[in-house]
Each structure stands twice: as C-alpha cells, then as structure tokens.
Design a protein around this ligand. Structure first.
Ligand code: NCD
Ligand code: ZN
Length: 345
C-alpha cells in the first residue's frame, strides 16, 4: 500500500478568487498547494478587458504570502461585445492565458455573459488563429430545460457545432458533471479537454437533497445521479490526458449559502489536493494522480510542468467545520469531515 506520494507541484485550472478582503483571505489557501491557477473573471463588474485583467492580477499577486511562489493565470470574460483585438493583444502581452464563455445567466455573476454563441464567432475565429484556450461553462439556460439536463443539452445545442466550426480551437469543457460530457470529450479531438472538481468526484445529488437541503453541497453545474459520478471518477483516474484538475473553488460566506436564495458554489480550495488524492486512492489509481493534478493541464495549455514537487502522506486530517474569512464565516468543502490524506510539511 502506498502511504506517501511525491508528485510535481500541481496547478488549479479553474477557480474563483473574488476580490477585495475575500480575495486576500482565499489566495493563501490555493498558493499553499498550487503553483498556478486559472482565475475566473466573474467579478462585479466582470474582467472583460486586458487592462482590467492586468490590474486584477496585480491585486492577486499582492495577496500571495511572502516567500510563496504562485502565479495567477488570467482569463477574459467573453460578452456579446468582446473586442477580438483587445483579447489578442492581451494574450500576446501575456496578460490573458484563456477566455471564458458563460452563457448569459448560467451561474453566479454571469448576467453579462454571451446571449447568442453565434455573435461570438469572430472572437472564436481569432482565438483559434492565435491558439487562445476557450474555457466553457457548458450549461444551457433555457427555462424549459430541467436543471439536471442542462449540461447534456449544451453538448447537443452548442458544443458539437463549436467543435465542428473551429476544429483547431482548444476548448476546455469545464467542471463536467455527466457521463454525457465524459463521452463527448473522450470522442472529440485532442483539442477538447475537461476539468473535474473534487465535489463531483465525491458526491451525487443525494448529498444535496436527502436528509434536508444541504446548501454547502450546492454548486453549478449541480451534482447529478450516481452513474454520472462514477463516470467522472473513471475518467479522472484513467490516466487520459484529456482530464485534469480544476477545483472550481467558489467562496461564498456561510450566510450567503444558508439563505432563502442560497448562492451556488463550493469553497474547495483549503483541502483540494487532499480531497482529490483520496479519490485516486479509493479508485486504486494513485499512479495516475500526478498526470491529473500536475501534467495534463500544462500539456494542454502548452506550458511547462512545474519543477518543484509536493508530498502527500496517508494520514487522517480533520477539516474544520468552518473557517474565518475576512472576519466572517465560510464553510469549506469537507467541513466537519475527516479525509485520509494530508500535505506533508
Ligand atoms: C461559481 C461562482 O460562485 O462564481 N459557482 C459555482 O457554483 N460553481 C460560478 C461557476 O463556476 O459556475
Ligand atoms: Zn467556476
């Protein structure tokens, strides 16, 4: 039995840092584990230009604890009016690493998202030409589509045509939650990959709805049936280069989750690596953990893997029920539970 695992330092290919005091409170949790992170742009107002992204990057860098090496990788929030030239310049200048497509109103702070994917075609063409990665929140927003079917429906309505119309465009189907998405990614060209969160590997929708509403297990896309969780676990632990780590850590204060209209998002950052490692251990796939956490993401983005390493030990870790965040309370993923791996040192 493996009790210690040393892997290259991992990266988080999808997370939310927010801004201001909350951002300053959450950045150290990520920087403790990860060398780099793809930072989502859904602030209010959203990060829609290279100038806004450069300023946001500076604020994040100031929040990295002294002596810790961490690089935020910025994304451009695509809207109906995104300027392809600004995006291309921001990418050429090293400000943008990727661009993010939120269908309008799909999730937290996405009101300015894209109302009609067809309007985005000139931008997608530019991204394909320049090699800019497109990160997609893959859910339709039509009111007549059941919330549990929104990801599968997005594949049929949009993914297939985007992939067909831009065969060279690199696309990340983010935080996938269904067997349908796993199958779509597996059957697509090497230009199509997916991130998978820890929560979608650990829980199905019962964890949110059985025994009372459990708001801390609510995020978007929402957790699905057990068969989907099993498909995600198989994909993540398979060793396939198409699947990699993206926590979708999305901090919301306790009061904003436990509310008449509770926010979507799980604060996964504090024990993310330990959470993923537990899944790989349960699946008897620790030999594929480094690929998922540290190699597949950089390879997809055309970036070097990190040189430093990180070591995990088999050990019981009690995750606090809640954490202080900027003088307020937040419940972390696995809050109040014990997990089986810890980061050594
Ligand atoms: C995210 C957030 O809170 O910003 N919420 C979530 O449930 N994942 C937005 C998102 O990634 O959908
Ligand atoms: Zn997200």
């Amino acid at each position: 039995m493996t009790d210690t695992l040393t892997i290259r330092r991992p990266d988080d290919w999808h997370l939310h840092f927010r801004d201001g005091d909350i951002m300053r409170g959450v950045v150290p949790y990520t920087a403790r584990q990860f060398a780099r992170a793809i930072v989502m742009p859904n602030l209010t107002p959203p990060v829609t230009t290279a100038a806004l992204a450069a300023e946001y990057r500076d604020r994040i860098n100031e929040a990295v604890p002294q002596g810790v090496k961490f690089t935020p990788l910025m994304t451009c929030y695509l809207t109906d009016t995104t300027d392809p030239d600004d995006l291309a310049r921001g990418f050429a200048d090293g400000v943008f690493t990727a661009a993010k497509l939120y269908p309008a109103n799909a999730t937290t702070n996405s009101a300015h998202g894209v109302s009609d994917v067809a309007k985005l075609y000139p931008v997608l063409k530019q991204m394909e030409t320049d090699g800019i990665v497109l990160c997609i929140h893959g859910e339709v927003t039509d009111h007549d589509i059941d919330v549990f079917d929104r990801e599968a429906e997005f594949i049929e309505r949009y993914m297939r045509s985007i992939v067909r119309d831009f065969p060279q465009l690199k696309i990340i189907f983010e935080h996938i939650t269904t067997a349908d998405a796993v199958k779509f990614v597996e059957q697509s060209s090497p230009n199509i990959a997916a991130t998978i969160t820890p929560q979608h590997l650990h829980i199905n929708r019962n964890a949110m709805l059985v025994g009372g509403i459990q708001p801390h297990n609510y995020c978007l896309p929402v957790a699905k049936r057990e068969l989907h969780r099993l498909a995600l676990r198989k994909a993540a632990t398979s060793g396939s280069p198409k699947f990699f780590l993206g926590t979708d850590s999305a901090p919301h204060l306790r009061g904003d989750k436990e509310n008449d209209c509770g926010c979507a998002g799980i604060f996964g950052a504090p024990y993310a690596l330990e959470s993923y490692c537990t899944v790989f251990d349960e699946e008897d796939a620790l030999e594929h953990f480094e690929a998922f956490a540290s190699l597949n993401g950089p390879a997809f983005y055309g970036l070097p893997a990190n040189e430093e390493t990180i070591t995990l030990d088999r050990a019981e870790v009690a995750v606090p029920e809640e954490l202080d965040l900027a003088g307020q309370t937040i419940v972390p993923w696995h809050g109040g539970q014990t997990i089986g791996w810890r980061i050594a040192g």
